[in-house]
Ligand binder design. Structure first.
Ligand code: IPM
Ligand code: MN
Length: 371
């Protein structure tokens, strides 16, 4: 198997720390499983504004277009908060999603039994939760035009637009149905059809598509109710599919089922070209540089990359298993800190996962020697 080219865009704040950790893990996996990963680095977000005068320099886009997959840390920080809209770090993130046509953002939410005390929710609520949020990522409220401020008859006003082509709804809903076919065959389509015109069309398309996926149970849920149901009984979900901003909000909420925003990975998929992998959390400027960020969301994003982009299923599962065993052994970063558990730094957590990977390999080797 040839060399795999990976673009790394660490971004700002803890993005840098966690991206470094994920690269370390990938290097370890590469050695262990004899794969050649080639990493090249690009600027995005605040740092790119400072260095290149743009949150997404053309060099970064070209870099991403010429690799097999992209790993992204996070963008943003107080330094750029007062910048005009086009010069905000977040614009870089939105533009890279758009340029690579990454319309399907996959955000798996599954509880780790050893973390059950880190969630603010009761154990019996979060036990065995396992669902996936499919968030539309290149349309909806984030991208609709017009968007901006103006003055009309001496009065200031502001507008944001929720715009979708029917086809854009169809492709994201298709992604959800396809995913459900490989899981528990249930799709919960989340919308606000009692108010929004866009949601009415969304429902129509969902119903139309469900005729092609007869084995899949389709249910519709209003977004406010979905926010409540996620806390009341998260086990009811298999695949949740929803508009860009609804998905953004619900996935942060869902991270509390697992215990921390620092635990949730994501994959952003297109139908052509490289996919992008990033944690669902942001750049957390308040804890940046302190070596206390949880690298697990980023490490698990790298594992999703191995599975989805490179079809390295065994390798991806080895990472998941290593993470689980480190948590089970009682090691925690500060965000999931717990009485009686050992609190470790970002770097220590990465080292522990690496050690767990190596150990598992040692065990496998011993086993095969006896086979
Ligand atoms: C996320 C983030 C981004 C988003 C921000 C940083 C623009 O919150 O990936 O969930 O809203 O998509
Ligand atoms: Mn978000």
């Amino acid at each position: 198997m040839g060399k795999r080219k990976i673009a790394v865009l660490p971004g700002d704040g803890i993005g840098k720390e966690v991206a470094r950790g994920a690269v370390e893990i990938l290097k370890a996996v590469g050695e262990q499983f004899h794969h050649e990963f080639q990493f090249s680095y690009g600027l995005i977000g605040g740092e790119a504004i400072d260095v290149e005068g743009s949150p997404l320099p053309q060099d970064t886009v070209s870099l991403c277009q010429n690799v097999d997959a992209v790993l992204l840390g996070a963008v943003g920080g107080p330094k750029w908060d007062e910048n005009p809209p086009q010069l905000r770090p977040e614009k870089g993130l939105l533009q890279i999603r758009k340029s690579l046509n990454l319309f399907a953002n996959i955000r798996p939410v599954s509880s780790h039994s050893s973390l059950s005390d880190s969630s603010p929710l009761k154990k019996e609520i979060i036990e065995n939760v396992d669902f996936v949020i499919v968030r539309e990522l290149t349309g909806g409220l984030y991208f609709g035009k017009p968007s901006g401020r103006s003055v009309e008859n001496g009065e200031e006003f502001v507008v944001d637009t929720l715009y979708y082509k029917r086809e854009e709804m169809r492709r994201i809903l298709t992604t959800a149905f396809e995913l459900a076919m490989s899981r528990n065959k249930k799709v919960t389509s989340v919308d606000k059809a009692n108010v929004l015109e866009s949601s009415k069309m969304w429902r129509e398309v969902a119903v139309e598509l469900s005729k092609e996926y007869k084995e899949v149970t389709l249910e519709h849920m209003l977004v406010d109710n979905a926010a409540m149901q996620l806390i009341r009984n998260p086990r009811q979900f298999d695949v949740i599919v929803t508009e860009n901003m609804f998905g953004d909000i619900l996935s942060d909420e869902a991270s509390m089922i697992v215990g921390s925003l620092g635990m949730l990975p994501s994959a952003s998929l297109s139908t052509s070209g490289p996919n992008l992998y990033e944690p669902i959390h942001g750049s957390a400027p308040d804890i940046a540089g302190k070596e206390i960020a949880n690298p697990i969301a980023m490490i698990l994003s790298a594992s999703m990359m191995l599975k989805h982009s490179f079809n390295m299923v065994e390798e991806a599962e080895a990472i998941e298993k290593a993470v689980d065993s480190v948590l089970a052994a009682g090691y925690r970063t500060a965000d999931v800190q717990q009485f009686g558990k050992r609190t470790v730094s970002t770097t220590e957590m990465v080292e522990l996962v690496k050690a767990a990977l190596a150990e598992d390999n040692a065990i496998t080797n011993i086993m095969s020697a006896y086979a």
